[in-house]
Design a protein around this ligand. Structure first.
Ligand code: G6P
Length: 610
């Protein structure tokens, strides 16, 4: 996945392109580039290997100017990060093209084009598109028609921006399977992978739909649908503000986002319940009717969002007594699954653009589910637009690649869902009020656990020279442990695995020695005594333990066993509370190791490719 920006204006658009690119860097950051058509109607291009900052430096040294341009930040799929593989890709300084997505039949197209005499200068799948457009233009087809023709040849997913020096002042954009939004300015139009990229330039947007092609000039925008018919797409006015990129004194976005969690949770709760009742309509107008028919729930997601789903399944079965199954989207979409009657299909996604989650939703469309619900942090994302019901987490834009506030607000949303479903299946008013009350205590409790920041920073020092770590938990806290292990590996590059504590003796115990720190999530619940026995097994093998315990857990620090009492009183909110120290631990270990916290190597925030 990658980020795209493009613009056509009556003034120089390079600053808009570069700022937009910087704001899209969360989508990939291994190389970047941009191309403009200058006043001599020549194509000018700069590409670098590395981050957008380096592209900006290069631009400062040798500035370009132009009124029509495209830009790209890359997350390598085909071909390693390098200048030759960086976008825009060109055809003989005649055409330039940026692409987000994957062309699955690129091998075949490449061979056909080579047999026609075309040359390839990169290892990317993208280059076939620009050569194929050139091939169509050679046979007297006009620019727009050439793009329609090439779209027919392409299998896979793409969002494209294309320039042609024969038509300076014109940019053609197209999408299928990858997101693309048009920004509307005064005598200027923009195109980008998301709204966030363009917020400094405009608040007015049009979301392109599947198969749409936008023909963009400074004072004219024409959108065609997949049947080549001119269509009107609604204009949306964004309420997002520009200054969300401010780190507000924090060293990293991730830290800002960890500490923003009490506010993010409050915002997600606001207006979603009364003092003692969940407002079911917040999930959609006919949510009540759908939930009353729901006999089974299928949650599908990826990464951190998948972990949120796993925790929610425990809540759903315990509180609502409704069967709930959770699956990784990339697995779900490629297998035959048996759909029980009246199953509600729920996707969970921060971005709403994750390719596998979106594909899973699309395949669920006519598979016989009762209905579809998206729990998402991005309004007007593909996932929210294509689901029957939608519930937005109000976490605010998350910039750090490692998800924190998006995760805890997903859990809040899922807990509201559990209550909303449960009340259609016999949950008493009194019990509903108790659960709503637990939710309302969350922001204050999250603030309290954040006070352990300094102790966790100290603890992190023990991890910095380690290569591996084990995370243990039981019940829903196994999923908390999985999330903790994921955080540690993604930002500190320490290999971390989570295990159900009871499984330790069936294999992983063999790995335990003084070089393998073992982190245990130890809430004061009915499994605590069992967990304590598992911890003794680790201690007896010389493993060093780091235990996050609740109040009254009666687990004491001893030699080789460090217990941090996080002052939590056990209830349904505990998985959320216990997540926070693990986020801080991963953060501080990564800081000590000098890792790139907000943009860890090889990763990206929004994974819009399979
Ligand atoms: C990427 C991100 C993760 C995220 C996952 C799913 O891997 O780095 O933080 O959990 O995608 O993304 P989604 O937007 O669907 O929640």
């Amino acid at each position: 996945m990658c980020g795209i920006v493009g613009a056509v204006a009556k003034k120089d658009i390079c600053p808009v392109l570069l700022e937009g690119l910087q704001r899209l860097e969360y989508r990939g950051y291994d190389s970047a580039g941009f191309a403009v058509i200058d006043s001599d109607k020549k194509l000018q291009r700069i590409r670098i290997k590395g981050k957008v900052e380096k592209l900006q430096e290069q631009y400062r040294l040798s500035p370009l100017r132009g009124t029509t341009g495209i830009a790209h930040t890359r997350w390598a799929t085909h071909g390693k990060p390098s200048i030759k593989n960086a976008h825009p890709h060109t055809y003989k300084n005649q055409l330039a093209l940026v692409h987000n997505g994957i062309i699955e039949n690129h091998h075949k197209l490449r061979e056909e084009l080579i047999s026609l005499g075309f040359e390839f200068n990169s290892d990317t799948d993208t280059e076939v598109i620009v050569n194929a457009i050139s091939n169509e233009l050679n046979s007297d087809t006009d620019f727009l028609a050439a793009i329609f023709k090439v779209m027919k040849l392409l299998e896979g997913a793409y969002a494209l921006g294309v320039l042609n020096i024969d038509e300076p002042g014109r940019l053609i954009a197209a999408r299928k399977g990858s997101p693309l939004v048009i920004g509307i300015g005064v005598d200027q139009y923009f195109v980008a992978s998301d709204v966030f990229a363009l917020l400094p330039a405009t608040q007015k947007f049009i979301y392109l739909e599947e198969g749409d092609v936008a023909d963009i000039r400074a004072n004219k925008l024409t959108i065609y649908n997949k049947n080549k018919k001119i269509v009107d797409r609604p204009i949306h006015v964004s309420e997002s503000t520009v200054d969300i990129t401010d780190k507000q004194g924090y060293r990293h976005y991730m830290m800002k986002e960890i500490f923003y969690q009490p506010d993010a949770i409050s915002n997600t709760l606001k207006g979603r319940s009364t003092k003692d009742q969940v407002i079911t309509e917040e999930f959609g107008e006919n949510a009540k009717q759908i939930f009353s028919k729901t006999e089974c729930i299928k949650i599908v997601a990826c990464g951190t969002s998948y972990h949120a789903g796993l925790i929610a399944a425990f809540w759903m079965e315990k509180i609502a007594n409704i069967h709930c199954q959770v699956e990784i989207a990339s697995e779900y979409r490629y297998r035959k699954s048996v759909i029980l009657d009246n199953t509600l299909f729920v996707t969970v996604s921060q971005s709403g653009e994750t390719a596998d989650t979106l594909a899973a939703l699309r395949s669920a469309g006519d598979a016989g589910y009762l209905s579809t619900l998206a729990i998402c942090n991005v309004d007007e994302s593909s996932l929210t637009r294509e689901s029957d019901l939608c519930f937005l987490t109000h976490a605010g834009i998350e910039i750090g690649v490692a998800s924190t506030k998006a995760f805890t607000t997903q859990l809040v949303a899922l807990f509201l869902l559990v209550i909303a479903v449960a009340k259609e299946h016999g949950l008493s008013k009194k019990d509903e009020a108790k659960l709503v009350k637990q939710l309302s205590t969350l922001p204050a409790r999250v603030s309290k656990v954040l006070e352990h920041n300094d102790a966790i920073e100290l603890m992190a020092k023990d991890f910095a020279d380690k290569n591996h770590a084990l995370f243990l938990g039981r019940g829903s806290f196994l999923s908390v442990a999985m999330e903790g292990a994921l955080k540690l590996k993604e930002i500190s590059y320490i290999h971390a695995e989570a295990y159900a504590a009871g499984e330790l003796k069936h294999g992983p115990l063999a790995l335990v020695d003084e070089d393998m720190p073992v982190v245990a999530v130890a809430p004061n619940n009915n499994l605590l005594e069992k967990l304590k026995s598992n911890l003794e097994e680790v201690k007896a093998r010389g493993g060093k333990l780091y235990i996050f315990a609740d109040e009254i857990s009666e687990v004491e620090s001893t030699n080789g066993m460090f217990v941090l009492n996080i002052n939590n009183v056990y209830d349904y909110m505990s998985p959320i509370i216990h997540t926070i120290p693990l986020q801080l631990l991963a953060y501080y270990v990564a800081v000590i190791k000098g890792a790139d916290i907000d943009q860890p190597r090889n990763l990206a925030k929004s994974v819009t490719v399979e």
